[in-house]
Design a protein around this ligand. Structure first.
Ligand SMILES: Nc1ncnc2c1ncn2[C@@H]1O[C@H](COP(=O)(O)OP(=O)(O)OP(=O)(O)O)[C@@H](O)[C@H]1O
Length: 275
């Protein structure tokens, strides 16, 4: 269980990114922070592994204040996946995944074996183990990022817009992968996104945030969709919905993916996707 207790964050330049935020995130569930740019999602997420320390209040994991743990220790036991994967370019896929096991004393052989197992878990072919990140597609790099985050067997996985840079088809595959992972390992996931569909696809509970980390609504996707708390929530979850609804169209050249307004996004073989 992760608990935010009256947490605020004011940056040195006076920006108040989070203002008196309190919330309990149950174990083994996926909680999604959803909101538009600048509402404090990333700041809240980073407080869990002390990449950001609150200026007031506290964050607790299983009733223990994270301020009592050294940041390095927290970051080794809490998985963190960010946009663009953040891989080390001069290390192979296997070495990237094995980063934490190697730091915490695994032998090279053990770490490599663990990396290969995790490649299976995230759906990457083992033949890619000795490639460098630049030799992978964006979606494959994100899978490596997820595998690396899983390497220490974390109870908690923090995911900060992890699939923001991949095309809609790969994004859906990766979302399905996240659902499989949490079912398999029971991981507590905190997921940040500004994509409404992604939030509703992944979140057991979704927290819709306004500026300053103010909670506009908290609930299951069904609760929020069925009964938006106010006009802000209604317009946020309704905005451009048609843009995001994807469907498949058969054409003489193959299967085309189009959005709700009929605009082509790409082909199912992966060519030309993305906007
Ligand atoms: N190091 C910093 N110094 C000053 N202000 C910051 C710093 N980091 C974030 N902020 C500000 O705090 C607010 C919240 O930022 P945060 O990154 O948490 O938002 P976000 O909801 O994750 O946005 P995005 O979706 O754009 O990443 C913003 O106004 C941002 O400019």
């Amino acid at each position: 269980m992760i608990e935010y207790r009256s947490v605020s964050k004011e940056f040195p330049d006076g920006t108040r990114a989070v203002d008196d935020f309190s919330l309990i995130l149950p174990s083994h569930e996926t909680t999604v922070f959803l909101g538009s740019s600048g509402c404090g999602k990333t700041t809240l997420l980073r407080m869990v592994n002390r990449m950001v320390d609150p200026t007031a209040g506290s964050v607790l994991i299983d009733d223990e204040d994270v301020a009592k743990s050294a940041p390095v220790e927290l970051r080794r036991r809490i998985g963190y996946v960010m946009q663009n994967a953040g891989l080390l370019p001069h290390r192979t896929v296997a070495r990237n995944i094995a980063t934490v096991p190697l730091l915490t004393g695994a032998s090279k052989a053990e770490a490599r074996e663990r990396a290969l197992e995790l490649m299976d878990v995230v759906g990457l072919d083992r033949s890619m183990a000795d490639r460098y990140p630049s030799q992978l597609s964006g979606g494959q790099q994100q899978r490596v990022g997820v595998a690396r985050a899983l390497a220490p067997n974390p109870n908690i996985l923090l995911m900060d817009e992890p699939f923001g840079a991949v095309d809609p088809i790969v994004r859906r595959e990766l979302q399905r992968e996240v659902i499989r992972l949490r079912e398999r390992f029971g991981t507590t996931i905190v997921f940040v996104t500004h994509d409404v569909d992604e939030a509703f696809a992944l979140g057991h509970r979704v927290v819709i945030l306004e500026r300053g980390g103010r909670v506009a609504q908290l609930g299951t996707p069904d609760e929020i969709m069925g009964d938006p708390a106010n006009d802000f929530v209604a317009s946020f979850i309704g905005a451009d919905r048609a843009d995001r609804e994807l469907r498949l169209e058969e054409t003489p050249d193959g299967t085309l993916v189009v959005d709700g307004r009929g605009r082509p996004l790409g082909r199912l073989d992966g060519t030309g996707a993305g906007r």
